[in-house]
Design a protein around this ligand. Structure first.
Ligand SMILES: [Ca+2]
Length: 244
C-alpha cells in the first residue's frame, strides 16, 4: 500500500541588486574583506519547509539565513543555515523550516568581496514568502503596512519620525517581535505604552521577558506581565512606536 500525496508548491520571487552603495561586511567564513550584501527580512504565513535559490549576474553568490536579528559585526549570531553553491553554477540554495510567527533575515552576498550586480531570489514552499523591502525598516523594527514599528524602554517617547503605535496594530504584529530587541534601551517597566492612555485597563505587557535584554522570546500579549489596569508611566516604560 502506498500513498500519492499532492503537494502544491508556491513560488515567490524577489529581485534587487548590489551596488557600490550597498552595505558591506565581512561574511561568515569569508576572506575578511568587504562583501556587499543585502539583509532581507522575510516572513511566511504558513509554517513549513521553504527553499531559496538564487540567480544573478554577479557570479558566485553566498546565502545565509538568520532567525530574528542579523548583526553584521557578529554574523555567527542567530544563524540557521548557510550555503555557497548547492543550486549549481556557484549559486546558493538554502532550505529551512520556517515558522509563521518569526521574522527571518536572508542575507544575500557574494563569495568574493567587492562584487556588484543584479540578482533574484526564488522561494518555494507551502505558501508565499514575503520579502520585505530592503531599507524600509532598520534593525529591531517590524515592517507592517508600510510602517516600521519597534519596542523601546523609552518612557512613552518615540524617536524623531516616529509616533506612538496603537494597540490594534500591536495586536497584529506582537509575535513578530520574537527574536528582536529593544530599539535603544532596556525597559524598567514592561507594560507597553501605546497611543491609548495607560489607564484604559487593557494594556499589553511582556510576560516572559520583562525588562531583560533580548532577543525577545516572544512579543507582548494583552494584559501580559500583569499589565492589565496598569496606570503609571516610568522613566523607561516599555513603549511601542511606529514610523510616521
Ligand atoms: Ca556560491
Amino acid at each position: 500500500m502506498f500513498y500519492i500525496e499532492s503537494i502544491s508548491t508556491i513560488i515567490s520571487n524577489y529581485s534587487s541588486e548590489l551596488t557600490v552603495n550597498s552595505e558591506q561586511y565581512s561574511r561568515l567564513g569569508g576572506f575578511g574583506g568587504d562583501n556587499y550584501y543585502q539583509a532581507i527580512p522575510i516572513r511566511v504565513n504558513t509554517t513549513g519547509t521553504y527553499t531559496f535559490t538564487t540567480s544573478s549576474t554577479i557570479g558566485n553568490t553566498f546565502g545565509y539565513l538568520y532567525q530574528g536579528n542579523f548583526y553584521p559585526t557578529y554574523p555567527q549570531y542567530n544563524i540557521i543555515t548557510q550555503d555557497d553553491d548547492s543550486s549549481g553554477n556557484q549559486q546558493f540554495r538554502l532550505t529551512a523550516d520556517l515558522r509563521s510567527d518569526i521574522t527571518y533575515i536572508l542575507v544575500f552576498t557574494t563569495y568574493e568581496p567587492q562584487r556588484t550586480g543584479s540578482f533574484s531570489i526564488s522561494a518555494s514552499g507551502p505558501d508565499y514568502v514575503f520579502f520585505h523591502t530592503v531599507g524600509s525598516c532598520s534593525v529591531n523594527e517590524v515592517f507592517y503596512q508600510n510602517h516600521c514599528y519597534y519596542l523601546d524602554g523609552n518612557g512613552g517617547q518615540c524617536l524623531p519620525g516616529y509616533s506612538l503605535g496603537s494597540k490594534t496594530i500591536l495586536s497584529q504584529i506582537a509575535s513578530s517581535f520574537t527574536g528582536l530587541n529593544y530599539k535603544t534601551a532596556v525597559s524598567d517597566n514592561c507594560c507597553v505604552k501605546t497611543l491609548e492612555p495607560l489607564e484604559s485597563y487593557q494594556n499589553y505587557g511582556m510576560s516572559n521577558q520583562c525588562n531583560t535584554q533580548g532577543p525577545f522570546t516572544g512579543g507582548p500579549t494583552l494584559n501580559g506581565g500583569g499589565c492589565g489596569g496598569y496606570t503609571k508611566l516610568s522613566a523607561r516604560q516599555l513603549t511601542f512606536c511606529g514610523s510616521n
